[in-house]
Design a protein around this ligand. Structure first.
Ligand code: TXD
Length: 312
């Protein structure tokens, strides 16, 4: 039974990314949060600990930690972070089979209890796990979206701001394609105070920042050794959740299911998408040069290879 008019978000997976996302959601007053995991005590303990911060932080959103899907019922948005994270030397694709079983296993009870939810998939390999959630849920494509581009472009933006010593608020960046080594950063559509990046930096500098963005995930894994990034990933998730719940209609780079856009069909690929209360409300098709198109197609081909392995 719903006791409040607040929105409800379930976060599946109470690990680093899931717990950080839960924290950011309540601290931004966006929604009540149900944190769910398979490990006994972890979701309960983290949710309680977060709730005990509410009087100091000043949020009224409630937190529940559970292993029981009944408590997730009626969620408006469900963020799926359940899975294994990369260890050093492990590629995102090594995670494929293991995480496929996990994402399939959590999507089934989620959609039974929240048939109207919007699913935000985070588990790697991202684009393929989004496709898993789409197929298993049977939801319309508008209600399944993957988080990767917001993170990749946030990394790119942070490096640009640092390089030029300007406010991060002046910097916008567009990153298309699959999450991972095949991502397609678009410097032409990346701007500082509205000025395209190629007007502001030599080509070699742009290339260096693009390369660092491409390896952004691995750079963090190499430092942490026992886990992967979660502060920036959780920020990226919550920007999407905010736009969905509050119908802000932000254009954000997201993994969306394409049916002919950019000449790609039947795959999740990172593209600029409008996120509102209906989910992925539209996909923006921006003109690409031949090399950019080729890079996007290469990225889609890499996603397709994994999708074919899983027969999705
Ligand atoms: O840009 C992106 N999309 C990503 C993706 C950015 C960062 C992290 N990315 C991926 O998210 C990462 O490669 C992993 O696949 C997930 C979660 O990363 P996180 O760093 O949070 O991993 P943790 O800390 O290991 O947490 C995973 C939790 C852990 O508590 C497990 O017990 C739980 O998932 N888990 C489950 N929960 C519910 N149900 C099932 N079946 C389950 N299996 C594991």
């Amino acid at each position: 039974m719903r006791k409040s008019m607040r929105s409800k978000v379930t976060v599946v997976g109470a690990g680093n990314v899931g717990a950080s996302a839960a924290q950011r959601i309540v601290e931004k007053h966006l929604a009540d949060v149900v944190l769910i995991d398979v490990v006994e005590g972890i979701p309960e303990g983290k949710a309680l600990d977060l709730w005990e911060s509410a009087p100091v932080e000043g949020f009224d959103c409630r937190l529940t930690g559970t292993r029981d899907y009944a408590e997730t019922a009626g969620s408006d948005v469900v963020v799926i972070t359940a899975g294994l994270a990369r260890k050093p030397g492990m590629s995102r694709d090594d995670l494929l089979l293991k995480n496929y079983e996990i994402v399939k296993g959590v999507t089934e009870p989620i959609v039974r209890h929240s048939p109207k939810a919007i699913l935000v998939v985070v588990t790697n390999p991202l684009d393929v796990m989004a496709q898993t959630a789409l197929r298993v849920s049977g939801f319309p494509k508008q209600r399944v979206v993957g988080m990767a581009g917001v993170l990749d472009s946030a990394r790119f933006r942070s490096f640009i701001a640092e390089e030029l010593d300007v406010s991060v608020e002046n910097v916008h960046a567009m990153v298309l394609g699959g999450h991972g080594d095949t991502m397609v950063p678009l410097p032409r559509y990346s701007t500082v105070a509205g000025i395209p990046l190629p007007e502001l930096m030599p080509k070699a500098t742009i290339e260096r920042l693009v390369e660092r963005t491409r390896n952004g995930g691995a750079e963090i894994v190499a430092y942490l050794k026992t886990g992967s990034a979660y502060y920036a990933p959780s920020s990226a998730i919550v920007e999407m959740v905010d736009s969905l719940l509050r119908d802000r209609k932000k254009i954000l780079p997201c993994a969306a299911y394409l049916e002919g856009e950019y000449g790609i069909r039947g795959l999740f690929v990172g593209v600029p998408a409008k996120l509102g209360r209906q989910g992925v409300e539209s996909i923006l098709e921006i003109p690409l040069t031949e090399p950019e198109k080729a890079a996007l197609n290469g990225s889609a081909a890499a996603v397709k290879e994994l999708v074919d392995k899983l027969k999705l």
